[in-house]
Design a protein. Structure first.
Length: 291
């Protein structure tokens, strides 16, 4: 019996550590429905809460609601903690199937799915944060940004951007702009965002505005407020090249349909979309410089 006591003690301590660490992933959600969450954000806004406070609440809601498929959180999710447990996790299989749907790129579809399934990556967390803020009709610009360095990308939301702000220059975002990142579980002002490795990685990452890829009703973002009437955004190469060209609207319509009907239906296609939104802003700069 004496030889078994150390084993028993170690087992109990291990269980306590695992359960304690897993608590955030298993935490009871504050709201049962996504509509309740939206109503709560509306209430905070009506009470006159600061943008920083509301942004932090949105981050907490998303962080508590969603288990990140591509982070350490998934290891603590049942049955992943068991040997070969992920092989029996049908939720992750459902997530892969969801990503294959042609409309999984739409922010409202992604927000609804990730809320109910509680599984997602930074893209779904970003869509959920964007959805909550937009449906709550908060004041201020809400945009979905994508940070890319090499083959690695990370999506997050920025709320409160000043008109004409440059995605790659947080100093232009404004004093009351906040990055809402449910995947990381952090809410950051512009200085904090600039210092965050997943968002800017010491200035090595390129930030692209991907809002219209998820919400085609969103206005085209103008990084130069003086060009607000030009009809195309400084970050979209296709709109720059064809936005005002004869027959250009048909070309853009075809490109959007190809994106939505074909590319979004596979992981490879989604990678192409992410690459475009990463490369496009730099390509636009080259074209504009050559004119």
């Amino acid at each position: 019996m004496r030889t078994r006591k150390p084993i028993l003690i170690i087992s109990v301590l291990a269980a306590v550590i695992v359960l304690g660490t897993a608590a955030p992933a298993w935490a009871t959600p504050k709201f049962d429905t996504i509509e309740d969450a939206v109503a709560y954000i509306k209430q905070l806004s009506a009470e006159g809460r600061s943008r920083a406070e509301i942004a932090a609440e949105v981050t907490e809601i998303v962080d508590n609601r969603v288990t990140n498929v591509n982070s350490w959180e998934r290891v603590l999710k049942w049955p992943n903690m068991l040997p070969f447990g992920s092989s029996f996790n049908t939720d992750e299989d459902d997530f892969d199937k969801f990503r294959e749907q042609k409309n999984s790129f739409d922010n409202d579809v992604a927000a609804d799915w990730v809320w109910n399934s509680r599984y997602g990556q930074c893209e779904e967390c970003g869509c959920l944060s964007y959805y909550l803020l937009q449906q709550a009709e908060v004041e201020g610009n809400v945009r979905i940004y994508s940070s890319a360095e090499g083959a690695s990308t990370h999506d997050f939301v920025v709320w409160g951007l000043e008109e004409g702000a440059d995605p790659n220059d947080p100093s232009t975002w404004g004093d009351d702009a906040y990055a809402v990142d449910g995947w990381q579980g952090v809410t950051l002002d512009r200085e904090g965002a600039a210092a965050n490795k997943h968002m800017f990685n010491n200035g090595e990452a390129n930030i692209a505005d991907r809002t219209r890829a998820h919400d085609d009703s969103a206005p085209v973002w103008q990084t130069d407020s003086s060009s607000a009437g030009s009809g195309f955004g400084d970050d979209c190469l296709m709109e720059l090249l064809f936005g005002e060209a004869p027959g250009g609207e048909k070309v853009l319509e075809f490109a959007r349909n190809f994106r939505d009907e074909a590319l979004t239906q596979s992981a490879a296609g989604r990678a192409v979309i992410a690459t475009y939104y990463t490369v496009s802003p730099r390509a636009v700069q080259v074209v504009n410089a050559a004119r």
